[in-house]
Ligand binder design. Sequence first.
Ligand code: 16G
Length: 245
Amino acid sequence: FGPGEWLGDGTGPRYLRLRSRIEMAIANGLLPEGAPLPAEREIANLTGLSRVTVRRAMQDLVDRGIVVQRQGSGSFVSDAPPKVEQSLSVLTSFTEDMVRRGLSASSEWLGRGIHMPSPEEVMILALSPGESVVRIERLRRADNRPMAIERASLPVDVLPNPLEVETSLYKVLEASGNRPVRALQRISAINLGGEDAEVLGVETGAAGLRIERTSYLPNRRVVEFTRSVYRGDAYDFVAELRLAD
Ligand code: 16G
């Protein structure tokens, strides 16, 4: 861009206009993956914007994973795809989340079948004696990029035929009136190890998130207990906070 063209003709806060200008330059290949960005000071000189405005635009790009900053060597256009932002306050399915973002969801089966439950499954799913459990284990992909491994356990009567699940588990549950309406989720930090790291395509020890979701029907019956591991570099979980009443 020449001087003065950095902001475009739009309105709105200057840092947002600068940010979208940089995003556009990245999107149309003017700034390719891995390309260095000028130093903040240089951008400020070029554009006549204040350092504060430039820093704010850059910080936004860094927060979104679009730009990476390397200590001592400056800022670069990230060569990793941007993170997926996932809301923590709505109960949606993986497929719905991806479709909403214009990404295509797909799954690779790692296992599915009907089993004798473990003591943990009996407890969490509140199974009656002798009741079986359905386990489905999938690698979830967004636009072919591995995002998470999900291991779900369900009481067999809510999902009598696990082979019915094509891409979306919640779609099948919905069709039989068993879609969960409430869920509790616990998120913890982990280092991805062994097979999980390999399946997700990351180095052993890479950062990940473990998420456990227990989902309920309106009558408070547990429909699903899912333990997932997410790639730490693929997801940002976002929650809206309000003042307590
Ligand atoms: C989400 C849920 C998972 C659920 C799945 C259904 C988390 C951490 N997990 O990935 O518990 O089974 O959605 O998605 O959000 P599906 O309908 O696409 O199979």
